[in-house]
Design a protein around this ligand. Structure first.
Ligand code: GAL
Length: 661
């Protein structure tokens, strides 16, 4: 754990929803800055993120400093009442660093260097990179730590680099020594008796580079842990510098990518004052809103309260194969969805769309069409609405009865290339289960398997392939204490070293679910399904023999598994050995939730309508393009319009109401 959490998001919001975005004024002449300020004020922007990619501008040659332009900007923002989220520029080092110190450049698993010319070309393990990053951070923090425009520190940007190079290998060895102490312990954890991999000297241990055939799973797993830890060290080093230079009420964040494999975000969140995320659902994805909901639920759970939507797009992104704009109203709908799920900041990449560089076709709040453009006009309307509701929502919490469990280490372990089915993807399974709950209008938190789960009526485990002993004990204690647990397939298979548990699934968990023997796993091919007496299963099935206490709720029908349990229950513990088709999973989870005493937010909601409670407010969101009428018992005031509604509400295309009793 780092130093205590002195500051929080509330210090930056002060009762308003932060509204704004990444601002890259160095791409524009100074006249444009004044135009920007006029438009920002027009749109109700109260926060901009400066400096994310400014290292070359701040330090054009080694050791030089050019702060004049940033001084003028900080003052300009302050004069106009716009807060600054100031970024350390360390995610994109200037070209001179790579030229003078090629060892700062990351190396991929094939030994190829990643050169400057793009971004994020730094090695997390490079002592020289870290020294230069610390130096520019120090000077930036010393200069602006006390500036009145400063509302938050933003460290680096989307930490996401891997490095297989020599310096990283040396660091990896040290990390492993710290973890295991002896080579014997490492050999045991990695199971190096297999394929003659035993290490006799630390110098033989490497980052998992290109190999002829399947790599050692333990080595790959520890490399992922190491990468997350190295990046975290980089973050913590800069965080501690900026904290030294700024007053206690300035919180620190770094922006996550949603469900990004490279960072154990549970661990990282503990080191942040504000948990922030960048969220870009595809406007064409019929489940874009659910993807948003999942990321928002996870971010709020990591934050344990209000969180920051650091980046979203006002229109199209430019990194999908085909990049679609947001239809009229969608930006507002998805922004208010984030607020419903706990966001106290609604921000964008970026303020003004670039005219040059790799992202010139990525939207901005002010697009190429400028002030008259639909995108800016919608942004402006949204800004006014956020101002209206800010005082009612900021700081308020949500309470959910369901926790969905997720753990990066389990994801990493289960992703090894030697698994039984490459069709099984942790995030896809997680998404399928969250989607089923979302469609059943059940709102959820996320939790780590070792967290205290006692506040929840229902704990949902889509898939936790690897579980530590404390996690298993936690799940058992949760059910013993009266909780209901429902788990998907491939859970509890391995321990923390990715060693398969005796019997293919931990014996305590088998006891919990009423499984006597897990004979074989039967993965399914693309398009293949398996019949049961209740639904069709997809992706996976299992040859399970029921044990004492187990009740077969749904049985496989026909085929090799006919008569064996597809869904097995032992009291309040449920085990689902396949992935039911979406409508069936939804029905099953709704049934289990109902049995656990968990009810949807509102009854009888149409499919395209989402209802979310935040504090004493009820957000009702229509994700459809057709208008819809929804029963809402009682009398409410819609904070967006001031109108009073009784008994039911009608929402137009992408309509939203924020109802106060
Ligand atoms: C984020 C990044 C931004 C911008 C954006 C485009 O990943 O932090 O700098 O590139 O994506 O969608």
């Amino acid at each position: 754990m780092g130093p205590g959490k002195a500051a929080s998001l509330a210090d930056a919001t002060r009762g308003r929803i932060l509204f704004g975005g990444d601002y890259n004024p160095e791409q524009w002449p100074e006249e444009t800055w004044h135009e920007d300020v006029r438009l920002m004020k027009d749109a109700g922007v109260n926060s901009v993120t400066l400096g994310v990619f400014s290292w070359a501008k701040l330090e054009p040659r080694p050791g030089e400093r050019e702060f004049g332009w940033l001084d003028r900007l900080m003052d300009l923002m302050h004069t106009n009442g716009i807060g600054v989220v100031l970024a350390t520029p360390t995610s994109s080092p200037p070209p001179w660093l790579g030229r003078l110190h090629p060892e700062t450049l990351p190396v991929d698993e094939d030994g190829r260097t990643e050169w400057w010319g793009g971004r994020q070309h730094f090695s997390h393990s490079s002592a020289v990179y870290r020294r230069h990053a610390a130096a520019i951070t120090e000077d930036l923090a010393a200069r602006y730590g006390g500036h009145p425009a400063l509302v938050m520190w933003h460290i680096n940007n989307e930490y996401c680099t891997y490095d297989w190079g020599d310096e990283a290998a040396a660091r990896f060895r040290q990390w492993l020594r710290d973890k295991y102490g002896t080579l014997d312990a490492l050999n045991s954890a990695w199971g190096t008796a297999f394929w003659s991999q035993g290490y006799g000297d630390w110098a033989e241990v490497h980052t998992p580079r290109r190999a002829h055939y399947l790599k050692n799973p333990g080595q790959v797993l520890d490399f992922k842990r190491f990468t997350s830890d190295m990046l975290l060290e980089c973050y913590v080093a800069e965080r501690d510098i900026v904290r030294r230079h700024s007053p206690d009420h300035i919180p620190v964040t770094t922006n996550f990518m949603p469900l990004w494999a490279g960072q154990d975000a549970w661990r990282w969140a503990e080191e942040e004052d504000v948990v922030s995320v960048d969220l870009y659902p595809d406007p064409r994805d019929p489940f874009g809103a659910q993807h948003g909901a999942l990321v928002q639920d996870m971010t709020r759970s990591q934050a344990r309260g209000p969180w920051m939507l650091m980046e979203q797009a006002a229109g199209p992104v430019n990194w999908r194969g085909v990049n679609h704009p947001k239809p009229r109203g969608l930006n507002r709908l998805w922004s208010l969805q984030a607020v419903a799920r706990g966001a106290d900041a609604v921000c964008y990449f970026q303020w003004r769309q670039s005219r040059q560089g790799a992202e010139k076709f990525h939207s901005g709040m002010v697009g190429h069409a400028g002030e008259e453009g639909r995108t800016f006009q919608e942004v402006k309307r949204l800004g006014a609405e956020l101002r209206r509701i800010g005082g009612h929502v900021t700081g308020s919490h949500t309470r959910n009865d369901i926790a969905v469990l997720h753990d990066w280490h389990s994801w990493w372990a289960g992703a090894h290339e030697g698994r039984l089915s490459t069709r099984v993807d942790h995030t896809a399974v997680l998404t399928a289960w969250h989607r089923a709950l979302w469609q059943a209008h059940l709102t959820t938190d996320f939790a780590h398997p070792e967290h205290d789960l006692s506040a929840y009526k229902l704990v949902v485990v889509p898939q936790l392939y690897a579980l530590t002993d404390p996690a298993i004990d936690n799940l058992l204690a949760y059910v013993r204490g009266g909780g209901t647990l429902v788990s998907g397939f491939l859970t509890g298979v391995a321990d923390q070293d990715d060693r398969v548990r005796t019997g293919g699934m931990d014996a305590r968990l088998r006891g919990l679910f009423g499984i006597r023997t897990l004979h074989e796993w039967w993965p399914l091919d693309e398009g293949e399904t398996v019949e049961t007496d209740g639904f069709r299963g997809t992706l996976w099935s299992e040859e399970i023999e029921k044990g004492d206490g187990g009740t077969v709720e749904v049985a496989y029908k026909g085929g090799e598994l006919g008569g064996l349990p597809a869904v097995l229950r032992n009291g309040r513990a449920w085990y689902v050995s396949t992935l039911p088709e979406p409508h069936a999973l939804r029905t099953l989870l709704a049934q289990v939730a109902d049995g656990a005493g968990v009810r949807p937010v509102l009854h009888g909601l149409p499919d395209q309508v989402e209802a979310v409670r935040r504090g004493d407010l009820l957000f009702v969101l229509n994700h459809g393009r057709e208008s819809v009428t929804v029963e809402v018992p009682g009398s409410h005031q819609d904070l967006l319009t001031g109108a009073t509604v009784e008994g039911e509400v009608t929402l137009g295309r992408y309509g939203v109401m924020v109802l106060r009793p």
